[in-house]
Design a protein around this ligand. Structure first.
Ligand SMILES: Cc1ncc(C[n+]2csc(CCOP(=O)(O)OP(=O)(O)O)c2C)c(N)n1
Length: 685
């Protein structure tokens, strides 16, 4: 075993620093021990380098955790959150020690992994490894883009860094390569990653599975890389951080050799320190070894607290100085200053939706991806804060903003982002941009590849981040590319994410309405699910209910004759709405009166009051759902008298209409299924 004490004494920092670092270490250890759950190893090993950053460089104000020009700090290795909570408490955020004592308990502000909005000072929800690092890339992108837009000669109001503390797991996850490559390409010089290189993961040594040269890897991505031999060497860590800050044209990786469970006589440098309490006896031994009183737990020496709390004065002063700068800026640039405040608060400007298009049947057939592209063109001319792109599919997803320029190192004012074929990083970068604030971030790909982006989408929903996804090629109707490219289970999968609004518009006008919802939604992400194939346009002259109906999630598009109760209700989404309308006509000629309900968003429909839902779907009227996606979900969703024409197997390679025909998306089949359903209902009411 490594001679732990020797390391700490040979590299002993000055007394107050050591006191502070040990305060962090043992707050974390005591939190985990009291909860009898959590991860003490990373806090013990990384406390010193985190302290160097927070004490000597990080620009933050515990009294105003959301100060716009603060540095961002993301603990990508979210399992080490006891360290973050300790830092937040001692530096004076609104996180009393009682909250540390309630680590991982019901209703506490110290959940098992950091959760955005739960704890002041937590910049991002982390825990799924790699995501935080990529969030950091998004934040750094937001910073340079905001600076490019708002800073004026002689007036700098956006100027902060993004720091990430990452672990082996973060770097093992593929997303770190996606995001690392993108960050290097973009030359995000104000992104600094501290990598806790402790050679240990859950199963044991990193020798088991992680032997590449990490520094060479990041250097190859275009990063500036440095190595610090010991986390406890505060001066070396500080020097590396300062060097990283001076490096303006490359993101920085600082590999810091840390020792998991530092100080623990029996667990240091072993996986046993990673994810379980040290145990009372080992806590005692570790405290003794590092010269810490065994009791009471949660001990914070006054001298340490006093030192940490200087962060408040520092933060207040830094913010006050920034506010003066902002004032001077506002005097010379009143419009820009107002705009800065507006975008940072996520408010929409007056008239943002003034020129939204209305399409007529003469515009059809039109794919909803095309309608979306046209809508983006209008929206982006009013909403300068729209920034986004696609994972190398812009010509197909129609996500490019004409005239908005490319976001690239030579032009950080550009708004069209090129994520490369990196969906996972794209999602996490969008999250980072939303977390940073100042933008309406969006990203596009084929619906089938939303799978590659599921982890960050889940976090966007969990964090309530207003991120917009543009998913095109939304069903088996996309055709020839075959089952690998034909989404089936994706709609139900997306709908199953709590807080995710999924909208699958039926035509160009529903698409405009869907975009309006996406832009206005502040509480969470929106997935727009769009067709590759052309669709008839539902003329507002004939279907005036569309603009008001779409925000309700589902609405009556075409009804049975006035005064009659429908025999059946055809519920359809997206492209299948047209099939429902055609089938309704045919059914009428066969003596069956059908109502057509367009349901672009099941989630939004589900959140309407019962009275409304019952006017759309009166109890007792049989339902036939038509959707080119997995049928799962529909039955439980709308009730017993229901049949579903869906896709419960993978698709097939052939022209889209042929595939649709083979899978039963035909007027004939809809009519046949309707008759079957009505028969069943009659026989078994
Ligand atoms: C995507 C993802 N997969 C798996 C896990 C479970 N997990 C938590 S920590 C960890 C690895 C721990 O190793 P390391 O990242 O080096 O952290 P340390 O041991 O230094 O605390 C794993 C696999 C996770 N949090 N996220």
């Amino acid at each position: 075993m490594l001679p732990a004490m020797k390391l700490s004494t040979t590299l002993a920092p000055p007394a107050v620093d050591e006191l502070c670092i040990n305060t962090l270490r043992f707050l974390a250890v005591d939190m985990v021990q009291k909860a009898n759950s959590g991860h003490p190893g990373l806090p013990l090993g990384s406390a010193a380098m985190a302290y160097a950053l927070w004490d000597r460089l990080l620009k933050f104000n515990p009294r105003d955790p959301l100060w716009p020009d603060r540095d961002r700090f993301v603990l990508s290795a979210g399992h080490g959150c006891a360290l973050l909570y300790a830092l937040l408490h001692v530096t004076g955020f609104d996180l009393p020690v009682q909250e540390l004592e309630r680590f991982r308990q019901w209703g506490s502000r110290t959940p098992g992994h950091p959760e955005y909005r739960q704890t002041p000072g937590v910049e991002a929800t982390t825990g799924p490894l790699g995501q935080g690092l990529a969030n950091g890339v998004g934040m750094a992108i937001a910073e340079v883009a905001l600076a490019a837009r708002f800073n004026q000669p002689g007036h700098t109001i956006v100027d902060h860094h993004t720091y990430v503390l990452a672990s082996d797991g973060d770097l093992e996850e593929g997303i770190s390569s996606e995001a690392g490559s993108e960050a290097g390409h973009l030359r995000l010089g104000k992104l600094i990653v501290l990598y806790a290189d402790n050679h240990i993961t859950i199963e044991g040594s990193t020798e088991l599975a992680f032997t590449e040269d990490r520094m060479a890897r990041f250097a190859a991505f275009g990063w500036h890389v440095q190595r610090v031999e010991h986390s406890n060497d505060l001066d070396a860590v500080t020097f590396a951080l300062k060097t990283a800050r001076e490096e303006r044209s490359r993101p920085s990786l600082i590999l810091v050799r840390t020792h998991i469970g530092f100080g623990s006589p029996h667990k240091q440098d072993t996986a046993a320190a990673h994810g379980e309490p040290l145990g009372l006896e080992e806590v005692r031994l570790t405290k003794q070894r590092l010269g810490w009183p065994v009791n009471p737990p949660f001990h914070i020496p006054e001298e340490a607290l006093e030192h940490f709390r200087k962060a408040i004065a520092r933060g207040n002063a830094a913010q006050a100085e920034w506010e003066l700068r902002l004032k001077a800026y506002a005097e010379e640039n009143p419009d820009l200053a107002a705009e800065f405040q507006r975008v940072m608060h996520g408010q929409l400007p007056k008239g943002w939706d003034a020129d939204l298009p209305t399409f007529t049947s003469a515009d059809g057939p039109m794919a909803t991806r095309i309608a979306s592209g046209r809508t983006i063109a209008v929206l982006s001319s009013h909403l300068r804060e729209m920034m986004g792109g696609s994972a190398d599919l812009a010509p197909s997803t129609h996500t490019n903003m004409d005239g908005a320029g490319n976001f690239e190192p030579e032009n950080w004012a550009g708004r069209n982002m090129h994520f490369g074929i990196r969906e996972n990083a794209m999602g996490a970068i969008l999250n980072g941009m939303a977390l940073h604030r100042g933008f309406i971030p969006y990203g596009g790909t084929f619906l089938v590849f939303s799978d590659y982006m599921r982890p960050p989408m889940r976090l966007a929903a969990m964090n309530g981040l207003p991120v917009i996804y543009v998913f095109t090629h939304d069903s088996i109707a996309m055709g020839e590319d075959g089952p690998t490219h034909q989404p089936v289970e994706h709609l139900v999968g997306l709908r199953s994410i709590p807080g995710m609004v999924v909208l699958r518009p039926a035509d160009a006008n529903e698409t405009v309405a869907a975009w309006r919802i996406a832009i206005e939604r502040e509480e969470g992400p929106v997935a727009l699910v769009l067709t590759r194939q052309g669709l008839p346009v539902l003329d507002l002259a004939r279907y005036p209910g569309i603009p008001a109906g779409v925000p309700l999630g589902g609405y009556v598009l075409a009804d049975s004759p006035p005064g009659t109760r429908p025999d059946v209700i055809l519920i359809a989404t997206g492209s299948e709405v047209h099939l429902a309308l055609e089938s309704r006509d045919r059914l009428a000629s066969e003596g069956v009166q059908a109502r057509v309900v367009s349901m672009p968003s099941t989630n939004m429909f589900a959140s309407q009051p019962d009275e409304y839902r019952e006017t759309v779907l009166p109890p007792g009227v049989p339902l036939l759902v038509i959707e080119a996606g997995a049928s799962l979900g529909w039955r439980s969703y709308v009730g017993p008298q229901i049949a579903v024409i869906g896709v419960d197997s993978f698709g097939a390679s052939a022209p889209g209409p042929v595939v649709m025909q083979h899978y039963g998306f035909t007027v004939e089949n809809v009519c046949k299924q309707t008759h079957n359903l009505l028969r069943q209902v009659r026989e078994k009411p």
